[in-house]
Design a protein around this ligand. Structure first.
Ligand code: ROI
Length: 159
């Protein structure tokens, strides 16, 4: 059994609904339990600004799946939500990223763990810290150190 974290993001077609529905589908993945869910957060887009604000969240899971199996399950959920892979930094119905997987560090053409941008993105670090304020990101350091060096003013907690 491994502990993993999934980052969720959406800025199209009722983003709050998209995030909540994706969390329900994550709940249904075999050999996988959700053990924690962050609040939802609103943030300005990172990348091109001519797109709507994003809703982001992070879920913590316990899973018996291997990283690639989990990646496939994430891509299936993205497909179920009608995600079409458009421009690289463009708007998206739903984005499900494996942020961390146990203490694993790996990189190949399909998957990089931890997520390569995790340490730069306040919209990931803020919800992650809400769930696990003392977590350590493999190869990058304690989340508290990472959070101390980035601008968090862009990320607003909802509810
Ligand atoms: N910006 C924000 N605020 N949230 C996201 O989830 C997000 N996802 C992306 C890019 C386009 C990088 N910008 C984002 O993929």
């Amino acid at each position: 059994m491994k502990i993993a974290y999934i980052g969720l993001g959406s800025n199209m077609h009722s983003p709050i609904k998209q995030i909540k529905s994706a969390i329900k589908l994550i709940e249904e993945i075999v050999s996988t339990e959700i053990t924690d869910v962050s609040s939802l957060y609103k943030s300005k887009p990172v990348g091109p600004q001519d797109q709507d604000d994003y809703i982001n969240a992070v879920v913590k899971i316990e899973t018996e799946l291997m990283p690639y199996e989990l990646l496939e399950r994430m891509q299936e959920i993205e497909k179920q939500h009608g995600r079409i892979r458009g421009e690289r930094w463009g708007p998206r119905v739903i984005d499900l990223d494996i942020l961390m997987f146990g203490n694993k560090i790996m990189t190949d053409q399909k998957l990089t763990i931890p997520h390569p941008e995790i340490h730069n993105r306040s919209f990931v670090l803020v919800p992650l810290a809400e769930i696990d304020s003392d977590c350590e990101i493999p190869g990058k350091g304690p989340i508290s150190d990472l959070l101390a060096t980035i601008d968090k003013s862009n990320v607003v907690q909802l509810q």
